[in-house]
Write a protein that binds this ligand. Structure first.
Ligand code: PMP
Length: 393
């Protein structure tokens, strides 16, 4: 090791000492309700594969077919030679699905946020941001150079307070919030937030990564859930959770989409989404438009699991979505709980500080339509056993 890099070793040791080191488990099977994790077959309560599409035959077939026709890579950024007909088809299909006039796709939800926020605001402007927003929103905000003013989580009254406090001090303003918050499974009160932002001429952006394919009619997202079509200015989504593929999307007013084609830096300077990903995403939209079965099953599973967990005596926090936190308090307890679950063949992540506040450590269970009732019952049994052993219930 050269001396120039010894600081990295010290930093890594520091992470280990503080319990912040990421030990990455390895998956040796396709995504689904059951996984081979580090060589062991376990029930999967960890993934964002809400509808089980990551390994769905229709998506695989669509990707395979386009591989034969278009090959593997896009070979360019979208603004040079990377815009293929299927990219435009996916964007038309996503806009229609979400009932908005236009959509543009990115390589991921993360890059969609990095593209969008700096395209909308700069140094002379201001951003009002929910205090629990996702890291990719925070990074997009920082990249824009605009002052970032945080408002209390899911609190439209506090949002109005910070807007009024800053009136006259900026050129343009953007309010930004997650739709579904990924650690608690609670949702932004978007209707009340819209009332505040529209009253004060503030642009409104929602990141619906965990609402896409989950909330709204047939999984059309949180804007559909609140019936705010045409009112929320920018809707960011991901194709990598419920849609089962990888990629990001921004949907809304055609002006925003046109602006992002001109000024969204990852669109201009990073290669396009690959043809097989695009084809698989189109197949995902087909499936969601054909039937609400998968979304219905997801919700049925989520309601069942949450009700049974409560019946067992667990605290599932503020969740109103399939994201189900099991509140445990201190991080060591959550970590021990997760290890004991793994012994019982259940794979569920412990989440602690700094991802969630100190004293609010939890196990986060991600429910999917791919879970059978039997899978959920096996999971509940394991939770009951470990919960009793550790004195949680
Ligand atoms: N926004 C939110 C709220 C997310 O939870 C995530 C994924 N963790 C992203 C954006 C990033 O999406 P992607 O994985 O497609 O980059």
């Amino acid at each position: 090791m050269t001396e120039r890099l010894t600081w990295i070793q010290q930093e890594i040791e520091g992470l280990k000492e503080n319990g912040l080191y990421n030990r990455i488990r390895t998956i040796g099977s396709p995504q689904g309700a059951w996984l081979i994790v580090d060589g062991k077959r376990v029930l999967n309560f960890c993934s964002n594969n809400y509808l089980g599409l990551a390994n769905h035959p229709r998506l695989i077939e669509a990707a395979r077919e386009i591989l034969d026709r278009y090959g593997v890579g896009p070979a360019a950024v979208r603004t040079i030679a990377g815009t293929m007909e299927i990219h435009l088809e996916l964007e038309r299909r996503l806009a229609a699905f979400k009932k908005v006039p236009a959509a543009i796709t990115f390589q991921s939800g993360f890059t969609a946020n990095l593209a969008t926020i700096p395209a909308l605001v700069g140094k002379e402007d201001v951003i009002f941001s929910d205090e629990l927003n996702h890291a990719s929103i925070i990074d997009g905000c920082r990249l824009s150079g605009a002052p970032i003013i945080r408002y209390a989580h899911c609190d439209p009254t506090d949002l109005e307070r910070v807007i009024l406090e800053n009136q006259g001090k900026y050129r343009r303003a953007l309010a930004v919030t997650d739709g579904v918050f990924s650690m608690d499974g609670d949702i932004a009160p978007l209707d009340q937030i819209y009332e505040v932002t529209s009253k004060h001429g503030v642009m409104l952006m929602v990141d619906d990564a965990h609402g896409e394919g989950v909330m709204g009619k047939g999984g059309r997202g949180i804007v559909d859930h609140f019936n705010l079509h045409g009112k929320v200015d920018v809707e960011v989504g991901t194709l990598s959770k419920a849609f089962g593929v990888v990629g990001g999307v921004v949907a809304g007013d055609p002006l925003i989409v046109e602006w992002l084609r001109q000024r969204g830096r990852p669109f201009l300077f990073s290669s396009a989404v690959t043809p097989p990903d695009v084809a698989a995403a189109i197949a995902a939209v087909d499936l969601l438009e054909e039937s609400t079965d998968l979304v219905d099953r997801l919700w049925e599973n989520a309601r069942y699991f949450k009700a049974e967990m409560k019946r067992l005596g667990f605290d599932t926090g503020k969740s109103v979505t399939p994201i189900t936190p099991i509140m445990l308090g201190e991080a060591p307890l959550a970590q021990q709980f997760s290890r004991e679950l793994f012994e019982e063949n259940v794979f569920a992540m412990a989440i602690g500080f700094p991802t969630v506040p100190r004293g609010k450590a939890r196990i986060r269970v991600m429910i999917s339509a791919s879970h059978s009732r039997d899978d959920l019952d096996k999971g509940l049994e394991a939770f009951a056993k470990v919960g009793k052993k550790l004195g949680v219930i």
